[in-house]
Design a protein around this ligand. Sequence first.
Ligand code: NAD
Ligand code: 2HG
Length: 318
Amino acid sequence: MKILVTPTSFLKPENAAAKAKLEAFADEVVYNDLGRPLQAEEILERLDGVDGYVAGLDYITADVLEKAPASLKVISRYGAGVDRVDMPAATAKGIKVTNTPGTNSVAVCELAFTLMLCAARNVPKLHAAVEKGEWPRSQGVELRGKTLGIVGMGAIGKNLATRAKAFGMTVNAYDPYFDEAFAKEYGIGKLSLDEVLTTSDFISLHVPLNDSTRHMIDASKIAEMKDGAIIINTARGGIIDEQAAADAVKNGKLGGLGLDAFEQEPLIDSPLKGLDNVIFTPHTGAHTAEAVSGMGSMAVDNVIAVLSGEDCPYVLNK
Ligand SMILES: NC(=O)c1ccc[n+]([C@@H]2O[C@H](COP(=O)([O-])OP(=O)(O)OC[C@H]3O[C@@H](n4cnc5c(N)ncnc54)[C@H](O)[C@@H]3O)[C@@H](O)[C@H]2O)c1
Ligand SMILES: O=C(O)CC[C@@H](O)C(=O)O
């Protein structure tokens, strides 16, 4: 068996046991030598003879899958999102795709909360000012008493909801598969998407990127939001129309943005850069010691299970 492993954080010490397990199972394990997510051509150059592929945030397009060797049986996503894997093409080729749901939900929710607090108090700008020898006495807002609207109340959205309640926020959510029992237990309001967007002081996005969520936050949706609303996106670039969001920060409609995910990563040229109270992190929501270890061990278990012909509950395209 030959396995390709591309998430660079897989090689952190937290994954020593998962790495040893994979290397004991396989005849050969090839690691990502580029130190970043792979583009289509770069994947193909590394797929020769590969049976299992533990995949980071690589762009596994239909073209890659059509040209992939017949030996490839499983793509084991190291993480929750599968938007960068062309699922119909994988299914057509008989390649199973798995993911690691829930392994990084606390990590991402804590980053979303961090971004929300930093935007409420303008922390990055204050830090930069103090570094320059300035001493501004800024004024922010409290989260207490504010309304948080969560779009996508799955593993991450739910973790965020309970923490926001502890901060004294009113929490409402939109999710087509709304979990009524969870909402009742924690006092989360059930609203339509438009109601969430028009009534929230803070809006946090936790939906997968697909055809129904692409640009779900566009200029027309932003126009309906409360003046000064702050949007947090730790889900995927592409869910927000970045040009529309940048324009809305510039003209004062939005109070700020906290972003961990972007349409083009890394973020090089972007209308979002250089704006007041737009806070970036480099798609690092899942990168805590705990989540890296959780993603690594489940991704390894999944690839081994599929290649061993065992039942794997995390196959998304049965
Ligand atoms: N920044 C990061 O590093 C990072 C890490 C993990 C996940 N993510 C992203 O966050 C997303 C959510 O992760 P999760 O673990 O909470 O996934 P999840 O599957 O547990 O939850 C997603 C929720 O979104 C809901 N949903 C689907 N379509 C919707 C729509 N159109 N409108 C509203 N709700 C909708 C689903 O019903 C589900 O409850 C992932 O798909 C991934 O893209 C990012
Ligand atoms: O590879 C990672 O950094 C985690 C990916 C994360 O966005 C996810 O989809 O779970």
